[in-house]
Design a protein around this ligand. Structure first.
Ligand code: NAP
Length: 280
């Protein structure tokens, strides 16, 4: 066995990619577990994605993460896509197999559910209706994860009606598309509220949502992590709701990817949280 078999590379491919926190997370775990390897930024323009993916095995990479704008394009460029990633319609993790072929996976759904469990260990998807705001790429992972966890009613609302409607058609029950203008009323009796829109992100307006009808024991998840606490989360916390931000999803989606590449299932320790929070 040569050094290439013990020294492992992984990285995140995106355009742009310099803002990614993934190197901090994965390099922390590499050091923590005493592994030989590195996780690097891979700035790859969309027109070069196929070439870059095919170079992974040649360059000795165990795999990589994909971020904007590559998550959907990769579906047709890898050798196989696992069932979950097919259903979500996006690949966020590439694994280089022993025969050098490329498998596309999606760990965002796992990351989302684990972030809820970290915030509220007794959380159950069948505890009551979930309201999902937004029907973009991230919403698909959230919705598939909730369905797989046994959610019986998902009220999906999106500024553009067609996307919510189409997603309800695609996934069927338990999804119910709700017109955007009815979003405030949709909170009545909900056990979970998830914001998957970009509203509340740094530089964006706050999500326009009145929480008056949301039960005080509902869990509120905002998958945004810049800022760490969005106006929605502040409003929810002030009225007594438990809240969880997008950092938990980001950290938890990284765990199965790291395990696939490096063979160790890493944890989310206070030291890691401290290090990642220090980058904001
Ligand atoms: P996307 O596919 O572009 O979807 C954006 C969503 O935001 C759409 O539903 C869009 O509605 C909605 N939206 C945009 N402007 C709006 C407005 N003014 N009012 C109401 N809704 C508006 O983006 P994405 O990839 O799903 O990402 C969405 C968010 O999730 C981002 O903030 C991203 O950072 C976050 N995210 C977090 C993680 C994590 O690990 N924590 C992972 C992935 C994404 P329309 O359909 O009407 O345009």
């Amino acid at each position: 066995m040569g050094a290439s078999h013990t020294y492992k590379l992984a990285g995140v491919m995106g355009w742009p990619v310099s803002h990614s926190r993934s190197p901090v997370i994965h390099n922390h775990w590499i050091a923590h577990h005493g592994l030989k390897g590195a996780y690097v930024l891979l700035p790859v323009q969309p027109e070069n994605l196929e070439q870059a993916l095919r170079a992974l095995p040649v360059l000795g990479f165990a795999g990589c993460n994909l971020t904007i704008p590559h998550k959907v394009d990769a579906l047709r460029l890898v050798d196989r896509v696992d069932l979950l990633a097919q259903r979500i319609g996006a690949v966020n993790t590439i694994v280089v197999e022993p025969d050098q072929s490329l498998t596309g996976r999606n760990t965002d759904a796992y990351g989302f559910i684990e972030s809820l469990r970290d915030a509220m260990p007794q959380w159950r998807a069948d505890a009551g209706p979930a309201v999902v705001m937004g029907a973009g790429g991230a919403a698909r992972a959230v919705i598939v994860s909730l369905i797989d966890q046994g959610a019986r009613e998902i009220r999906l609302t999106n500024r553009s009606w067609a996307k919510a409607h189409d997603m309800a058609q695609e996934f069927g029950p338990p999804i119910r598309a709700i017109p955007w203008e009815d979003r405030h009323d949709a909170l009545q009796g909900a056990a979970l509220l998830v914001n998957t829109t970009n509203q509340g992100m740094q530089g964006e307006a706050a999500l326009d949502l009145h929480l008056d009808l949301l039960p005080s024991d509902a869990l509120v998840s905002d998958i945004i992590y810049v800022p760490m606490e969005t106006p929605l989360m502040i409003a929810a916390r002030q009225r007594g709701n438990a809240t969880v931000n997008g950092l938990g999803m980001l950290l938890n989606q990284a765990r199965p990817a790291f395990e696939a590449w490096f063979g160790v299932c890493p944890g989310i320790t206070p030291e890691l949280l401290h290090q990642v929070r220090g980058t904001f």
